[in-house]
Design a protein around this ligand. Structure first.
Ligand code: PGA
Length: 257
């Protein structure tokens, strides 16, 4: 983290877990554990059905609700889709775009990810854009190339003044939900590369303001070490965000003056 230029940002990704009826109890517990996250930004990215309850429960500064996906379309005959406009109308601030599970199981391409990022920014949302390599790609030494390609594709056409609203989440696929975290050095190295690519596209001033998260089996035990890397500004937390105690400990690791 470099607090001079960026505010740490911890986001939970509940994935397809937690029912609307469970949201309030979770938030009540989290708020007792973390009464004020003053020095970092916190978000929970929940299933669509949980969002009304979540928005109601998070009414706090530095705390926001996020979705896990959105349509590239604004409105119309797209059965089953949810538009970004519907999210903002509800009071949702963040939206995860291009999570590897969406790329893997729902066929999301780099092109679609880019269309969604542009649509989210047009609506005033703050996209959390996920990129990351598979184990096979890492073993073949393709990590840098792949991550650079995914990043450039995802933010293609984003003007500099809008990049401030974009968070990049580096999530190596082999570390997601596997208990196998990238070492702090491995994660830090790729996050530095991501910032270097942004620098080459937008210049140093813009690049140093972009928040870059690490995601993939980040938990209460490894958060502090990962966050100590200069270019890791926060985390996108799956499994550990389902337990208020663990999530609170991760927030506390980032919530330092
Ligand atoms: P994990 O998931 O923390 O359960 O590995 C992270 C993510 O997929 O965003």
């Amino acid at each position: 983290m470099n607090r001079k230029y960026r505010k740490p940002f911890i986001a939970g990704n509940w994935k397809m877990n937690m029912k609307p009826s469970q949201v309030k109890a979770y938030m009540d517990e989290l708020k007792t554990l973390v009464p004020r996250a003053k020095w970092c930004e916190v978000a929970i990215c929940a299933p669509f059905t949980d969002l009304p309850a979540l928005v109601k429960a998070v009414r706090e500064p530095h705390f926001a609700a996020g979705a896990q996906n959105m349509s590239k379309f604004l409105s119309g005959a797209y059965t089953g889709e949810v538009s970004g406009d519907m999210l903002t109308d509800l009071g949702v601030k963040y939206v995860i775009i291009g999570h590897s599970e969406r790329r893997q199981y729902f066929g999301e391409t780099d092109e679609l990810v880019n269309e969604k990022v542009l649509a989210a920014l047009n609506l005033g949302l703050h996209p959390i854009v996920c990129i990351g390599e598979s184990l096979e790609q890492r073993e073949k030494g393709l990590t840098a190339e792949l991550v650079t390609y995914q990043l450039k594709a995802a933010i293609s056409g984003v003007p500099a003044e809008r990049l401030r609203r974009v968070t990049i989440a580096y999530e190596p696929i082999w570390a997601i939900g596997t208990g196998r975290t990238a070492t702090a050095e491995q994660a830090g190295e790729v996050c530095s590369l991501i910032r270097a690519v942004i620098r080459s596209m937008y210049g140093a001033r813009i690049a140093r303001g972009v928040v870059i998260q690490y995601g993939g089996s980040m938990n209460d035990a490894n958060a502090a070490e990962l966050l100590a890397q200069p270019d890791i500004d926060g985390g996108l937390i799956g499994g550990a965000s389902l337990e208020p105690e663990k999530f609170a400990a991760i927030i506390s690791a980032a919530n330092q003056e």
